[in-house]
Design a protein around this ligand. Structure first.
Ligand code: HPA
Ligand code: ZN
Length: 324
């Protein structure tokens, strides 16, 4: 891999911690917790990571999460990610977690939170990676379920910067969660949402106008709406783009057809992220490398992407300025 890319200080802003569960750790945790996996071997698991769209991925992703049971499992998961991120010079990470995929299985919110949070604190101390936590609502579940999850997060709100929205996009518009996001903002949370990954540009407008998001996760379908592109550029609303994810989930046919460079050229605050690296074949540096190779990005453009990642982060202004 290109040394310039690996060595460049980067912030990661779109990373589902459950999506960093490598098959090796999945098998270790399955054994530790006496859970039967639908795969017989690591290579069989990897062969199943062949997706047609977002839903076909989500089915496998939620199944994988079943091995996470104890606080230590969440710690080990997060620690493994941080160690990997450190080797790629990630200086700051803002990670999503999906409490509902665990509370639905009878695991306490606190178990999930404590495991992740303790590992993040260790990562800050031992690896020098600063962090923020974003609690995501699963949009295929009801608004009432999201509200219950928000209420579980309230005791920890001093250490959770934002709420987000993920899972099956089509048919689950941001509007469905307007009241919950209103409540979250009243409680002091910032907001983000996955929008315009598979969903239409109208969902991006809803995320902006109804959920008052600080960033759009994915947002690549914004290209279909010129007024939206103009607005995103003028307001510098960041997009957390995940190139390898978009190829694996067939949002674009090939990496050469990805619109990241187009969005960058149009003046949008585009960032590069890994989404679910254990399932999509690469961490953040592999994502930078893939777009550099396929879209012929020069060093200035790569540098701009890394600079955007700090600009778009929830770091304090002075910290941002010292890092950029
Ligand atoms: N989109 C929606 N939900 C998700 C994703 C994604 O890319 N990754 C994990 N949950
Ligand atoms: Zn995502």
């Amino acid at each position: 891999m290109d040394n310039f890319i690996v060595g460049l200080p980067k912030a990661e802003l779109h990373l589902h911690i459950e999506g960093t569960l490598e098959p090796e750790l999945m098998f270790t945790l399955a054994e530790r917790n006496k859970i039967k996996l639908p795969f017989h071997s690591i290579s069989e698991a990897k062969q199943a990571y062949n997706f047609n769209n977002l839903q076909s991925f989500l089915d496998i992703y939620y199944q994988g999460s079943n091995v996470l049971q104890q606080e230590q499992d969440f710690y080990d998961l997060t620690w493994a990610y941080l160690q990997k991120a450190a080797t790629q010079n990630v200086k700051h990470t803002e990670i999503f977690f999906d409490p509902q995929s665990h509370t639905e299985r009878g695991i306490a919110f606190e178990t999930v939170y404590q495991g992740i949070y303790r590992a993040l604190q260790a990562g800050q101390k031992e690896l020098g990676i600063s962090f923020q936590l974003i609690v995501c609502f699963l949009r295929h579940l009801s608004a009432a379920e999201a509200l219950k999850t928000l209420e579980m997060a309230l005791p920890y709100k001093e250490t959770i910067i934002a709420v987000g929205l993920d899972s099956s996009e089509q048919g689950n518009p941001p509007a469905k969660f307007q009241a919950i996001f209103d409540r979250a903002r009243k409680e002091g949370f910032l907001t983000v949402a996955h929008a315009g990954e598979e969903g239409a540009p109208a969902y991006i407008w809803e995320a902006i106008n109804l959920l008052h998001v600080s960033r759009i996760d994915h947002g690549v379908r914004s290209i279909e709406d010129q007024d939206l592109i103009k607005y995103l550029a003028e307001q510098q609303i960041p997009l957390t783009v995940c190139p390898l994810s978009n190829i694996k989930l067939k949002v674009f046919e090939t990496i050469e057809k990805h619109n990241l460079k187009q969005l960058l050229d149009l003046g949008l605050c585009v960032t590069v992220n890994s989404d679910d690296p254990a399932y999509f074949g690469g961490y953040i540096a592999e994502n930078y490398q893939a777009v550099q190779d396929a879209l012929n990005l020069n060093q200035t453009e790569i540098y701009q992407l890394a600079k955007n990642s700090f600009q778009a982060s929830f770091l304090q202004l002075e910290t941002k300025q010292s890092l950029i």
